[in-house]
Design a protein around this ligand. Structure first.
Ligand SMILES: N[C@@H](CCC[C@H](N)C(=O)O)C(=O)O
Length: 304
């Protein structure tokens, strides 16, 4: 670990544990004169994360690299099985919260992600929390993540990624199926069943065959729409399995729901907590939920 850290400027770096609606993340901050070189060190990054994950299990690992020359912040995601993720909504939320909390950025932030820019905004005016004898701000923070306009994926293409049996499972009981790209790929199934049980059953039945190492495999969510803009949802995450929440799936769910219902916003209830998603023609899809700072698990500068 020390040889890897020695190859970068590690001023103020550290690995931090954060959560958003049950999704958990290890986030590392580094400053580099050479971002390309920093990203070449993927193997070492994963070794560091895997060693920490064995004592502190999480869904994703997130690397935040500040380019010293341009002061741009780059963000990269890995699922806990080591596969690269091209987008991660809740992880981006936690990243914005972490940098804000450490004083590296203001309320609005732009990340340079694997498939483009990711804009975030921190909800101002959150209360102070007591921590020992000092007041500490920003342990909890509501954060919005703009995840672009979303793109439909043809069902023919989606179907090719699954076995006949899996596809039959998705198609049962007149459910609606939509393929959506919001940076990463999602299969959204809309029906009347209990989403949590649906996803658990899917995982139990098909876990032997799940192609989690395939680069473009799908995250799978089941959505049960209720009245007045609310819905229950559960997600099976590529590279993770059944998960408590998923920000990018929340976005993809509204993209799919809008094919059936005349809505521009929805509050989605994941097993880990709710995520609100909004659509506007100009900016596309934005999701908002809370992020929680847990602790610094290794290294790091002074945390306010
Ligand atoms: N939990 C994430 C999604 C993470 C990436 C996903 N597993 C993939 O590989 O595409 C989120 O909040 O969006």
């Amino acid at each position: 670990m020390s040889s890897f850290l020695g190859s970068l400027d590690v001023r103020n770096s550290g690995v931090h544990l954060m959560r958003s609606q049950g999704n958990s993340f290890l986030l590392r901050i580094t400053f580099s004169e050479n971002v390309e070189k920093a990203f070449c060190l993927t193997q070492s990054v994963l070794e560091l994360f895997f060693s920490l994950c064995s004592v502190c299990p999480v869904d994703q690992f997130i690397e935040l690299i500040c380019d010293n020359e341009t002061t741009r912040w780059h963000i990269r995601f890995w699922n806990c099985n080591g596969t690269v993720a091209k987008a991660c909504g809740n992880g981006t939320r936690c990243a914005a919260h972490l940098l804000y909390r450490l004083g590296y950025c203001g309320a609005k932030m732009t990340f340079h992600g694997p498939v483009g820019l990711l804009n975030t905004s921190i909800e101002m005016g959150m209360p102070f929390c007591d921590e020992g004898d000092k007041k500490v701000q920003n342990l909890f923070q509501d954060v919005s993540v703009h995840q672009g306009k979303g793109r439909g994926i043809s069902l023919k293409f989606a179907e090719k990624n699954f076995s006949k049996k899996e596809w039959e499972y998705f198609k049962q009981n007149d459910s609606y199926i939509g393929g959506v790209d919001v940076g990463n790929f999602h299969l959204i199934i809309i029906g009347k069943e209990d989403p949590f049980l649906y996803v658990r059953f899917y995982h139990e039945q098909f876990k032997k065959n799940l192609s989690t190492y395939r680069e473009n495999f799908f995250n799978i969510s089941y959505v049960r729409y209720k009245t007045s803009g609310n819905a229950d949802i559960s997600t099976w995450e590529r590279g993770v399995g059944p998960t408590l929440a998923c920000g990018s799936a929340a976005c993809a769910a509204l993209v799919a729901l809008r094919k059936i219902y005349p809505i521009s916003q929805v509050r989605l209830y994941f097993p880990g907590g709710p995520i609100s998603v909004f659509y506007c023609e100009k900016k596309g899809y934005e999701h908002k939920a809370s992020s929680v700072y847990e602790r610094c698990v290794c290294g790091g500068g002074v945390v306010r």
